[in-house]
Structures are given as structure tokens and as C-alpha cells.
Design a protein around this ligand. Sequence first.
Ligand code: ZN
Length: 485
Amino acid sequence: MSKRLRSSEVCADCSGPDPSWASVNRGTFICDECCSVHRSLGRHISQVRHLKHTPWPPTLLQMVETLYNNGANSIWEHSLLDPASIMSGRRKANPQDKVHPNKAEFIRAKYQMLAFVHRLPCRDDDSVTAKDLSKQLHSSVRTGNLETCLRLLSLGAQANFFHPEKGNTPLHVASKAGQILQAELLAVYGADPGTQDASGKTPVDYARQGGHHELAERLVEIQYELTDRLAFYLCGRKPDHKNGQHFIIPQMADSSLDLSELAKAAKKKLQSLSNHLFEELAMDVYDEVDRRETDAVWLATQNHSTLVTETTVVPFLPVNPEYSSTRNQGRQKLARFNAHEFATLVIDILSDAKRRQQGSPLSGSKDNVELILKTVNNQHSIENQDNEQPDYDSVASDEDTDLEAAASKANRQKASRLEKQNSTPESDYDNTPNDRDPDDLGYICRRSGLGAGPLPQRPSRRGCGQEAQRTACTLCFQTHKVVRH
Ligand SMILES: [Zn+2]
């Protein structure tokens, strides 16, 4: 924690005293009650961390503090500051307002609808505007002015924008200039420290070249954030990247699981996922780890007699409308895994992330994530009328035929329920991989995968010494430089 004066700080949403949480991607501090609403909206809207009870990389906290102290909140409340708006009676929440509906409605309008953000005058071609904004971001990150960059990002500038004339991304520029807080902000918005510029160099290379050693180390950490977080969740340790250790694969104390044929089959299914689907699953598991850890902090820090009645834990990952309903269902099913089952899944993901990064080929059947999660769901509905949680082992069950049919039915019912809350059309998440060769790596750029989300690295495409190719992202269709194995 840095030494700063908290006494004068107030919640960015309701002006209540002494906020104890931060919204990292919004650059604001918030109180417990407002935080409960942020959490219910999901990480794609707000990434919350407790100021005292969540471990912080020091420069990430410094980034949020700098934004907060420089009035980043006015980005999200721009039109409320207009005297005309005050006249019209629109106002922000008060500390005395009820969480539901008052604070919740205000917070949804502010961050989900972006109702008070300054709108640019309408242009015929939105893509030109986005490109202009991205170019402005590209040049602004060389300065220390974080709030300008957050403003540009809030208006649609792309953190991974590849400048066609300059031949690099904003993170290259920030790294050359040694702007570590800008690098933190860009990374929160999905910038990839492993992206190569026109001459094949990454932001990490430029930070090292410029003697910005702290920045270079931090960029490597950001690159491994996904797997580091998963390892830390299980064993409380992170790999020693400085000494070339990039993965820790914790072992279960109960070795019987490792011997189980079912567990082996589950692992095999995971291994046969295309890189694209493996990355999506890994990101979803990352979000679930975050949900579980934040819930634990939440429960440990609440005054149970008052707050918990009105503001509760988040029982499963909130719907992200940018994902297909099938993926959203899969994400929510992760909440059903008990601690042992979830740990097994996390270990399998860590092992496979390492294998994929090292480029070890695998032949095997073609499967997809839905199949893995579907079997769990199905076991749950058929066997466990008594509320007993399914075993992750059961994921690998070979009695698939009957179970699958029942699971599909259950899924369809769930899907139609979900669609009522979520108007996003079905994507091909469920079906695509079946006709895809596992070796034909679907490429998904960080921006498509994450939005303003967390920062997982792409586990499989670093350090192989092979030549980079320009490859179209399967989601955003933009071309990126990628090393294929
Ligand atoms: Zn508040």
C-alpha cells in the first residue's frame, strides 16, 4: 500500500466517506455498498479490488490513485457536472440512498449505460472516429497524463491499436518512454505486452533497452498474469519470472485423483481444445477465481448484522452480453464446482497452458469446452437430486450418449432462460471446434477476448523463435502479428 491520505476520500458514486474498494478500470474508489452493485455487474463493467485486503502490484495501485486524485470520476459523470443537468434534477447517489433501487440504478446508468459520459459529435463513419481516438491515445501515452488516456479509452480508443504509419502500439510508445502508469492503464484495457512492432520488437524489449527495468519486469508479470493468478489461488506463490521460471503447477494433496481414469480423460479433453477455446476457458476460470477470491474478501470485511442483508455475495459470474449465451452458461457453471473440483480444473489448465506455451504437440479427439462443462451439468441434474455437488471427475464420464442428450435438453432450457436476460445472439462457441483441426490454431487477440477485462497472456505463442506472421483475429477480424507453432 502506498502512503496516502485517505481521510479526504469519498466514494465516487455516492460520496460516502472512507471508500475501501477501488474500481481499477474506472480509476475510482468506492464504498462497500456501491461495490456490491459493481460486483453484480461483472468484471467487464468494473474490476473491483479491496484497498487493504487484496494484494496489489504497487504500480497498479499508484495508477488508480493518480486517476482518482486527478478527477477521473468526472469522465463517468461528465454531463452531471453541466449546470443544465443540475437544473433538470438529475443527480448522483447520496450516502443515505438505499442500495436498491437508488444506488444500483445510478451505478448502472453511470458505468453500464455510460449515460453521463461526454459524447462526441456524431460522425458518419464511426471507425474513422475510433481510429482518430486510437491515434490520439498512441501519442498521449508518452506523457504522464493518465486521465486523458482514460478519457480516450472511455470514448472508444483501442489499447491494442497498431498504428499503420508508426508501425507499433500505444504500449510500445509508453514502454519506450518509461511511462509505467500508462502501461498499467493500457494493460487493464487489454494491451498485450507480447505484441510485436514492425521490426519484431515487443514492449518488453523496449522497456529493457531504455533501462526501465521495473517496467520491463512488470510487463512480464502482466504477460503471465492469468497463469500466475491461478497458481497463486491454489498455492499462494507465483513463479520467479526473473530467474526464468514461468509456471508453477501445484499438486493436489489427494493423489487418488491423479490416478483416476476419469480425471485422465477429462485432462485429455482439455488438451484437445483448440487454442482459441482453451484461451476462452482459461479466461473464464480466471474470472471465476476472481469471483471466489473477491467473495471471500467481501465476506471477511462486512458487518454481517447490517450490510449483508442488503448487499450479498455474487453467486456466479454475471452475464457478459459480449459473450454468447452458451459461453455465459459455461461461465456460470463454474460456480458449481466445489473447491476440490475447481482446484483440479485449475491445475489442468495450468499444466496445459505450460504445455501449449512450450509448443508440445498433442494428437487427440476433437472436443469443445461445452462438452466438458455439459457433462458436469448433466451429472448434476441426473444424479444429484439431493444437492450433492458433481465431481469434476465425472466430466470425463464415458457414458456420454444418454447423458449428453439430457444435458443438451437442460442446456436448451437454460439457454432460453438466459436469453431472456441477454439479447445477444448465439455465437458459434458451441459448435465451431468440432470441424476444426486442433492444430489449426484459432487466433483471438486480447482485445476481443477481454474487452476491458483482465489480462491473461496468450499461453501458447511466446518465445519459440519462430517467425511472426500477420494473422486475422477470429473475433475482431483485425490483423495482428502472431507467432504460430
Ligand atoms: Zn458509495
